[in-house]
Design a protein around this ligand. Structure first.
Ligand SMILES: CC(C)(COP(=O)(O)OP(=O)(O)OC[C@H]1O[C@@H](n2cnc3c(N)ncnc32)[C@H](O)[C@@H]1OP(=O)(O)O)[C@@H](O)C(=O)NCCC(=O)NCCS
Length: 150
C-alpha cells in the first residue's frame, strides 16, 4: 500500500467507501470542499490502483481534529487501520501539531480500540451526537505522550 494525498480522481471511490462505512457519509461535494480547505490534510492508501483506506485531519494552530478514517470492508483486520493512523499522526506531528482530537460513536468498539492503541484517551462525551442517537466519545492524544507507533 502506498499513501498519497487525496485528489479529485479518488473522490468517487472515497465517497463509495463513506457510504458503506459511515452512518452519516460524506458526499463527493463534502469531500471536495475538504480537499480545497487549506487547513485539511486528507490521505488515501492505494494498492493496485484501488483506494483501500483513507483519513485526514483538520488543523487549527497546534491542534488538529481527526476527520473520517476508514478501511474498505474486505481489508479490515489486517493492520491497515493502524498504518493509516500511524501515518496521520506522524504527518500531523511533523507539521507542528501537539494535540489530536477525534469523535467516535461509543458503539464503535473497533475504532475505539484502534485509537486507544495509539494512546488516545477519553476526554469527554457528546450526548446523542449521531443521528442514530448514540453518544460520541471525544478522544484526545497529546503527541509525545502516547504510544509512539509512528
Ligand atoms: C476502525 C477501522 C478503521 C479499523 O481498521 P482495520 O484496518 O480493521 O484495523 P487494524 O486491522 O489496523 O486493527 C487495529 C486495531 O484496531 C482494533 N480493532 C480492529 N478491528 C477490531 C474489531 N473488529 N474489534 C475490536 N477491535 C478491533 C484492534 O485494537 C486492532 O489492534 P490489534 O490488532 O493490535 O488488536 C475499520 O474497522 C473501519 O474502517 N471501520 C468503519 C469506519 C469507521 O468506523 N471509522 C471510524 C470512524 S470514527
Amino acid at each position: 500500500m502506498k499513501f498519497e494525498r487525496l485528489d479529485t480522481r479518488y473522490i468517487p471511490e472515497v465517497a463509495a467507501i463513506e457510504r458503506e462505512a459511515m452512518a452519516e457519509p460524506w458526499s463527493e461535494n463534502m469531500l471536495l470542499s475538504e480537499l480545497e480547505n487549506p487547513s485539511s490534510t486528507m490521505i488515501v492508501g492505494v494498492e493496485g490502483g484501488k483506494v483501500i483506506c483513507y483519513g485526514g485531519y483538520r488543523r487549527t494552530l497546534n491542534e488538529a481534529d481527526i476527520l473520517n478514517v476508514a478501511v474498505i470492508k474486505e481489508m479490515r483486520g489486517r493492520g491497515i487501520g493502524k498504518q493509516l493512523m500511524a501515518r496521520l499522526i506522524s504527518e500531523a506531528k511533523s507539521c507542528g501539531v501537539n494535540t489530536l482530537t477525534l469523535e467516535v460513536s461509543e458503539q464503535n468498539t473497533a475504532a475505539i480500540a484502534l485509537y486507544m492503541g495509539f494512546g488516545f484517551e477519553k476526554a469527554g462525551v457528546r450526548k446523542r451526537y449521531y443521528m442514530n442517537s448514540f453518544d460520541a466519545l471525544i478522544m484526545r492524544l497529546k503527541l509525545g505522550e502516547g504510544v509512539d507507533k509512528t
